[in-house]
Write a protein that binds this ligand. Structure first.
Ligand SMILES: Nc1ncnc2c1ncn2[C@@H]1O[C@H](COP(=O)(O)OP(=O)(O)OP(=O)(O)O)[C@@H](O)[C@H]1O
Ligand SMILES: [Mg+2]
Length: 480
């Protein structure tokens, strides 16, 4: 008996609610964040950013790292803490640097046993005076109308000591950045001294969910996100001489990163970021790990599968082919498959091909909704393109089919894109693949995730809709 009936589900599709650390699959990114230059983790929706964030902020990493979940963060309050003395895209760097400095201060105060050290006493006093606690919540960092600074912590700007920095109600914000930067440097120098004297090995911050709740990606939000990334970079540089290893790590959706424009972006992409990617074997490994934990270490896929192939493939491969190579898609499919399978009264429950087929429509609906969440903030009429694909009614289609169908479905709407541009966008979100012909008479389907180095081919004429959308869009599989 495989015991499949006793399994409630293969996990929750959001890492926040999932027991992900019980069956965490290590990725090559883990090492890069832990000890290399990576401070920006990029990934598609559902690819495992929060899973990684939890890995780095719980269990063995808990003591020296702080997890800062920006779900529900008061973006509108932070939006006003704007430095008008610098380029527009950099107007939030100073405020984020201050916030990061305060978060580092909170950790080193907690970890240090040097209660009598002047720096510890002064930092605590500063936090107490301004926030009423030496452990203010991240959502309150910019709630005071101003910051009072006294003692040695008091910074100087242009030779003058500043005892107070007004955060709200200022005449102008031209000086706000230099005042905050002066205070931040003071705080960081204290943080550095405390952690070195206390011989702290590492102090990490992790920022997740910067993208939560975005329905339209506004310029102010873009600049706030850019600000956090640039602040993380500057702080890393500022503290690089310390014997303690400091880092502020940002987790961000790739589609949002792609929309940001600022001068250091390429450099950061090249040197300081990592993109979460999964292949078939890793995703299958993730399923196997869950089976081992949920059913018992002696169990594996072969115990819950009847061994029959579906379209000449093992079932797990058939399932993964219907995902966008993201663990959330895989877990979602597996949970539906489990529900379907459990409806049978067999004593010896195993997955059968008919169960997989029966699971596909519900999974396909899930995939469409997940894509809506991802695509709508960038492209509000992407549905028009889906309608065009539905109109064609086939998985495989030619460019002229699409142009004709798109002309019909987009006629009532104001078009964001021409038919050619919309195909490229569909490709960018992995909704379609194109056929590439090689010089040797062969051809192959190219998708954004399987062949990222190839890019879009504007001369392509034959396309294929992603298999996961087949049921939602009621497409037939015949070739044109
Ligand atoms: N390394 C991993 N090991 C095991 N399970 C994982 C791993 N990464 C992700 N998962 C699982 O995949 C699902 C989706 O992951 P997660 O919620 O972290 O995605 P995300 O990138 O944060 O998505 P979103 O952009 O919607 O926040 C969760 O159920 C999570 O537990
Ligand atoms: Mg997440």
């Amino acid at each position: 008996m495989s015991g499949l009936r006793s399994v409630k589900n293969f996990g929750k599709v959001e890492a926040e609610d999932d027991a992900v650390l019980d069956y965490f699959v290590e990725m090559n990114i883990t090492e890069n964040v832990d000890s290399q230059d990576t401070f920006l983790v990029l990934g598609r929706k559902g690819s495992g950013k929060t899973a990684l964030y939890r890995y780095f902020t719980e269990d063995k990493h808990k003591d020296f790292s702080s997890g800062l979940n920006l779900n529900g963060y008061p973006w509108k309050v932070h939006e006003k803490i704007k430095d008008d003395g610098v380029e527009y895209v950099e107007s939030y760097v100073a405020s984020w640097k201050y916030l990061i400095a305060v978060e580092f201060a909170k950790i080193v105060i907690k970890l240090s046993d040097r209660y009598q050290m002047t720096e510890v006493i002064e930092l605590k006093k500063f936090l107490d005076e301004n926030y009423g606690t030496s452990n203010p919540a991240i959502k309150n960092i910019f709630s005071p109308s101003g910051l009072k600074i006294s003692g040695d912590l008091e910074p100087q700007v242009l030779g003058c000591k500043i005892g107070k920095i007004s955060l709200t109600g200022r005449q102008d914000n031209m000086q706000l950045g230099s005042e905050l930067n002066a205070l931040t440097e003071k705080i960081l120098s204290y943080v550095k001294r405390i952690s070195e004297v206390s011989e702290l090995e590492r102090v990490f911050l992790h920022f997740d969910e910067l993208d939560r709740g975005i329905t339209v990606l506004e310029t102010s939000r873009k600049n706030l996100i850019i600000g956090l990334v640039l602040a993380s970079k500057e702080i890393k540089k500022y503290l690089s001489s310390s014997s303690t290893y400091f880092k502020s790590v940002v987790y961000l959706r790739r589609d949002i990163w792609d929309e940001l424009v600022f001068s250091d972006k390429n450099k950061i992409s090249e040197s300081n970021s990592d993109f979460i990617e999964w292949n078939h074997e890793q995703l299958f490994g993730m399923i196997q790990k869950r089976i081992g934990v949920l059913l018992g270490a002696e169990y594996s896929w072969d115990d819950i599968d009847d061994g029959r192939r579906i379209n000449k493939q093992p079932k797990w491969k058939h399932i993964i082919d219907r995902t966008l190579m993201r663990p959330r898609d895989v877990i979602s499919f597996m949970n539906t498959l489990l529900d379907v399978t459990k409806k049978k009264d067999d004593d010896e429950l195993v997955f059968e091909n008919k169960d997989v087929v029966e699971s596909r429509p519900k999974y396909s609906n899930y995939l469409k909704l997940e894509l809506d969440d991802e695509i709508l903030p960038h492209w509000k009429d992407w549905e028009v393109c889906l309608q065009a694909l539905s109109r064609i009614g086939k998985i495989y289609f030619k460019i002229e089919d699409y142009s004709a169908a798109y002309a019909v479905t987009s006629s009532k709407n104001q078009k964001t894109y021409s038919d050619a541009q919309s195909l490229e966008e569909l490709y960018n979100f992995s909704i379609i693949e194109y056929e590439a012909r090689s010089g040797y008479g062969g051809s192959g389907w190219k998708s954004k995730f399987a062949n990222p180095e190839l890019g879009w081919d504007s001369n392509a004429t034959r396309f294929k809709v992603h298999l996961g959308l087949k049921e939602y869009m009621k497409l037939k599989e015949e070739r044109t």
